[in-house]
Design a protein around this ligand. Structure first.
Ligand code: ADP
Ligand code: MG
Length: 322
């Protein structure tokens, strides 16, 4: 392909993206100029997060383009959720091996389906040629000082988690092992559910929050380090889906739930006085929320078996370059 046709293809792709992207009233200038212009509502703070997905590292090689689109936005919305922010705008930087319009259209099917659900507007980005990589930046709003951070956990807090844990990791294990992958598990790997509605309601309830991307114990450890406290998790209380229970024996299931990555559930701490408030949020948002442990004095996170003995994970959480 000549340099000239490559550039033309890039313009075509951007024009296609522009035509399919929805707008919002607070977007003064969207896709098409050198930069976007947005109107931040008076009295709000802007919360910004960015996450990249690389082929073979963040999604299996056989992932459908629509699922890559969904996941690229979902992992970013999950970061906004973990901060308690309301999604507003996003940008999309695409590195593509070829200017394949069909691929981009399928990618946008997944990306824009999730964007529409959360009323987040695509306002810009970048399109280049290179190995397949998708980089998204999201912007959202919080009331001043109301963002949920990792550093607020207090001794005596309950530890809670949304949804169920371990299915994405289980799907990845099945796929890597060459086994038949349960479609329900695979769906949790390919199309995580960002817990935006829960996050937005936790501002007044939770002391600290994180989204689980690298594994429950590792991510809870981030809360504990930032808060200078310790944590205890009761393994038997970890929520599991029927599909996970059916697919794995108990030890492998617990390992997937406690240390598997890619859940994109929220883990948060809240004082026991907030138990009813948390249960109300679960009902209002139709999201299971389970109490799994507590914040204690000291350092480190301990996982406890049913008999109270400490459980050691067969593998640690997923760490890049480890
Ligand atoms: P420039 O060369 O000035 O950076 P580009 O040609 O890269 O301009 O982009 C033109 C417009 O298209 C900009 O508004 C940019 O934000 C938008 N854009 C480019 N790629 C994407 C993409 N993948 N998704 C959304 N908007 C994009
Ligand atoms: Mg550019």
């Amino acid at each position: 392909m000549t340099e000239r046709s490559r550039v033309a293809a890039e313009f075509d792709l951007i024009e296609r993206i522009r035509r399919r992207a929805a707008v919002r009233d607070d977007v003064v200038l969207g896709i098409g100029d050198d930069a976007a212009i947005v109107q931040v509502p008076a009295g709000k703070q802007l919360v910004i997060a960015a996450d990249t997905l690389n082929r073979g590292i963040h999604f299996p090689e056989n992932t459908a383009p629509a699922d890559i689109g969904w996941k690229a936005l979902a992992v970013n919305l999950s970061d906004l959720a973990a901060m308690g922010a309301e999604p507003a705008w996003c940008t999309l930087s695409l590195s593509l091996p070829a200017g394949d319009m069909e691929w981009v259209d399928a990618f946008l099917d997944g990306f824009l389906e999730l964007a529409t659900r959360h009323r987040i507007a695509l306002i810009g980005g970048d399109t280049t040629r290179g190995p397949l990589s998708v980089s998204v930046t999201v912007h959202g709003f919080v009331a001043p000082g109301r963002a949920l951070r990792r550093g607020g956990a207090c001794v005596g807090d309950d530890v809670w988690v949304t949804g169920t844990l371990g299915e994405a990791a289980a799907a990845l294990l099945q796929w890597r092992g060459g086994a038949v992958v349960d479609p329900a598990l695979r769906a949790r790997l390919d199309r995580p559910t960002p817990r935006v509605a829960v996050g937005m309601r936790l501002g007044a309830v939770a002391h600290a929050c994180i989204d689980i991307s690298d594994g429950l114990l590792v991510d809870l450890q981030h809360i504990c380090v930032a808060s200078e406290v310790g944590g205890e998790v009761e393994l038997e209380s970890l929520p599991a889906s029927p599909q996970l229970i059916a697919a794995f024996d108990t030890q492998r299931r617990l390992a997937a739930q406690a240390t598997g990555g890619d859940d994109y559930e929220l883990c948060f701490t809240a004082p026991p006085a907030m138990r009813y408030a948390v249960e109300d949020i679960a009902i209002e948002t139709r999201t299971p929320i389970t109490r799994i442990g507590r914040i204690v004095a000291g350092r480190g996170v301990r996982a406890l078996s049913a008999d109270g003995s400490e459980w050691t994970a067969p593998t640690a959480g997923f760490v890049h370059f480890a």
